[in-house]
Every structure is written in C-alpha cells, then in structure tokens.
Design a protein around this ligand. Structure first.
Ligand SMILES: Cc1cc2nc3c(=O)[nH]c(=O)nc-3n(C[C@H](O)[C@H](O)[C@H](O)COP(=O)(O)O)c2cc1C
Length: 180
C-alpha cells in the first residue's frame, strides 16, 4: 500500500464538514499525488498516510461508527481531528467533541490537534425547537433558536481561514516530531 503524506477522511451528511475538509485538503502543503481526500462513504481502507485529518459532524455529541472504526484502526500515525456542529459555538464544546473522538485513538499515535466550527443545521431541527413551545420554558427555546440562527451562515470564510491556520499548526507539529 503506498504511503501518502496526508490523508483527509471526512463524514458529512449535509455538506458542511465536506467544505471544511476540502479547505483543509487544499491547505496541505504536499504535492497533489502525495495527499488524498476521501468521503467516509467511499472509504475502503485502501490508502494509508503518515498524517491523518479525520473529520466528522457532531451527532448527539459524538461521531459516527465509521469514523470511530477508522480512528481505532490507526497505529503509529499522526492524527488530527476536525468537524462541524450546530449547537456548540464555544471552545469547551469543541474540546468535548475532540475528546469524544480522540478517546478512540490508541496511544501509539501522535495527536496533532483539533479544529471545530459551527455548521448550518437542517430546518427540521428549527421546527423541532418550535414544537416545544408550551411544553418547555420559552427562554430556553429562544436560546436554542438563537444558536440555530447563528449557525446558518457557517462554515464561513473566517471558519475556512481558521481551518487553514489549524493545518499550519498541525503540519509544523508533525515536522517537529520527525526531527525530535
Ligand atoms: C441527527 C443529528 C444530530 C445532531 N447532533 C448534534 C449535536 O449533538 N451537537 C451539535 O452541536 N450539533 C448537532 N447536530 C448538527 C450538525 O452536527 C451540524 O449541522 C453539522 O454542521 C452537520 O454537518 P454536515 O453538513 O457535514 O453533515 C446534529 C444534527 C443532526 C441531523
């Protein structure tokens, strides 16, 4: 199996995480034939790399089984995780998502870092919040709707810029591991 320098694998149901994954892929400094990007739906395990960027969307606070399978199959690799989520727009929410994912990584890997941003949610989620009216505290519902609305414009240019900085940090960290 040829060893790539960088491999981006992502899960994306409605396209948000795919956009971030593509930005990450473009920002990777490698030559075109030394890096690859794969949708987890077409992943068949036929590629391997020194550095993995694994992306997912938050699904009830965690990642999907396919992503867990990949994370737990990695050994002696450099691994970064990234993704999008609807509700969380705080660093503590993002680090919780990173922790839930990296819990599946074996200790033989080097963790390079994580990057998360908000991603537009499907309209059915807004409808669900609205349907709680009368059953739930209005202030709570309004707060959820506010977060829903704030997610509508994401991922945006600033999120992509941050994703590129994230790539720079990870690449530097991986390079330092080689020389250390
Ligand atoms: C079934 C379902 C569960 C979700 N669970 C969460 C969650 O636990 N936390 C969160 O912040 N967002 C949650 N979301 C919102 C998505 O993670 C968010 O919209 C994400 O950007 C979707 O990414 P994608 O377009 O790559 O599929 C959920 C969405 C769906 C449809």
């Amino acid at each position: 199996m040829p060893m790539l320098k960088y491999l981006v694998i992502y899960a994306s149901e409605t396209g948000n995480t795919k956009k971030v994954a593509e930005e990450i892929y473009k920002a990777l400094p490698s030559k075109k034939d030394d890096k690859a990007i794969v949708d987890v739906r077409t992943w068949n395990g036929s590629l391997d790399a020194e550095n993995y960027f694994i992306g997912f969307w938050a699904n009830r606070g965690s990642c999907s089984l396919e992503i867990i399978d990949i994370l737990s199959s990695l050994h002696n690799r450099n691994v970064a995780v990234f993704g999008t989520c609807g509700m969380g727009n705080t660093d503590s929410y993002y680090s919780g998502l990173a922790q839930n994912a990296t819990a599946w990584l074996s200790e033989s890997n080097n963790f390079l870092g994580s990057y998360f941003c908000q991603g537009r949610m499907q309209e059915s989620i807004r409808d669900k919040y609205e349907s709680y009216r009368g059953k739930c505290d209005d202030a709570k519902i309004d707060a959820m709707l506010k977060i829903y609305d704030s997610a509508l414009s994401h991922p945006n240019r600033e999120d992509f810029q941050k994703a590129r900085y994230f790539v720079d940090r990870c690449v530097k960290k991986a390079e330092n591991l080689v020389t250390a």
